[in-house]
Write a protein that binds this ligand. Structure first.
Ligand SMILES: NCc1[nH]cc(CCC(=O)O)c1CC(=O)O
Length: 309
């Protein structure tokens, strides 16, 4: 039996999710040997002061070096956060498997008295790393101060412990995966703040011609998560927006029907456009693309273009 090398970034979260993936793969393929290989990406190298919007707008800021390792045969399966993957797959690579989603929601972590979005007093200082969360806060709580907060989850929690922030917003899934679920003070309802497309889901990427790698990865594929995140990511792709645009999307499947909600905001909070659609989960890709077209015609085009760096 061939041994499979699984590649990932080296952050606490990336390693935790890769260990989880390997444990699941081992259950399905007990005879196969799995090795984990960490890879440094441009995103890891450009942390801190060097990091800027233009660099983050780069397609594949977090994934390029990992994809090169896949194409070069140094690794066989790459584990990514689905929301960090560009919506277009590079030539020769494919998403072979999307395991079951954890929790798509954003989470608020706050200091004493700052543990619920609705309870935050005017002037409260909120740290967040995403254009989507910042645009949402500026639109719905213009009384709050939105402050830039970057870095790995560990860095962000450490920053909250200091004096600059009263609360921070980050993906619940990240905290859950590194076993810090107990730090979550509020899970923000998607009806209030729509998560990023694909948030809380992972993607296992392989070479398109590696039948064995694809088969191994596919053993932990989750069809429901695939339909939901396909609708969300086709919505994002249809808008022509990248992963740093102020775009939210969330799909659920209830009684055999897929319900998709989409949101686009102006970076300064001056405008938001929101719409939803529903249909057969088998049509998930079309539902996402159609919702994007609908919203582009109703003003989203300007917002997406304004946010492009
Ligand atoms: N952009 C960074 C990133 N990529 C994936 C996650 C969290 C886990 C996930 O969404 O699967 C995070 C951190 C965050 O947004 O707080």
């Amino acid at each position: 039996m061939r041994s499979i090398t699984v590649g990932t970034r080296g952050s606490t979260l990336a390693l935790a999710q890769t260990r989880w993936v390997v444990a699941r793969l081992k259950e399905e393929w007990p005879e196969t040997e799995f090795r984990i290989q960490t890879i440094v990406t441009k995103g890891d190298r450009n942390r801190g002061s060097l990091e800027n919007m233009a660099a983050r707008g780069d397609k594949g800021f977090w994934v390029k070096e990992i994809e090169d390792a896949l194409l070069g045969g140094r690794i066989d399966i790459a584990v990514h956060s689905l929301k960090d993957l560009p919506t277009q797959q590079p030539e020769g690579l494919e998403i072979a498997s999307i395991p079951k989603r954890v929790d798509a929601r954003d989470a608020l972590v706050g200091k004493e008295g700052m543990k619920k979005l609705a309870d935050l007093p005017p002037g409260a200082r909120i740290g967040t790393s995403s254009a989507r969360r910042a645009a949402f806060l500026r639109a719905f709580r213009p009384d709050l101060q939105v402050l830039e907060l970057r870095g790995n989850i560990d860095t962000r929690l450490a920053a909250l412990a200091g004096n600059e922030y009263d609360a921070i917003i980050l993906a619940a899934a990240g905290l859950i995966r590194i076993e810090l679920r107990n730090r979550i003070d509020e899970l923000i309802d998607p009806g209030v703040l729509l998560p990023a497309p694909g948030q809380g889901a992972l993607a296992l990427e392989t070479r398109s011609d590696d039948d064995l790698g694809i088969e191994v990865a596919y053993a932990i594929h989750d069809l429901t998560t695939d339909d939901r995140t396909t609708a969300e990511r086709e919505f994002l792709a249809g808008l022509g927006a990248g992963c740093v645009a102020p775009v939210g999307a969330h799909a659920v499947i209830k009684n055999g029907t897929l319900l998709l909600e989409g949101w686009v905001g102006a970076l300064d909070g001056s405008k938001v456009i929101q719409a939803s659609t529903q249909g057969d989960p088998a049509e998930c890709a079309d539902l996402g693309a159609e919702l994007a077209q609908d919203m582009l015609e109703r003003g989203a085009r300007e917002l997406v273009e304004a946010a492009r760096v």
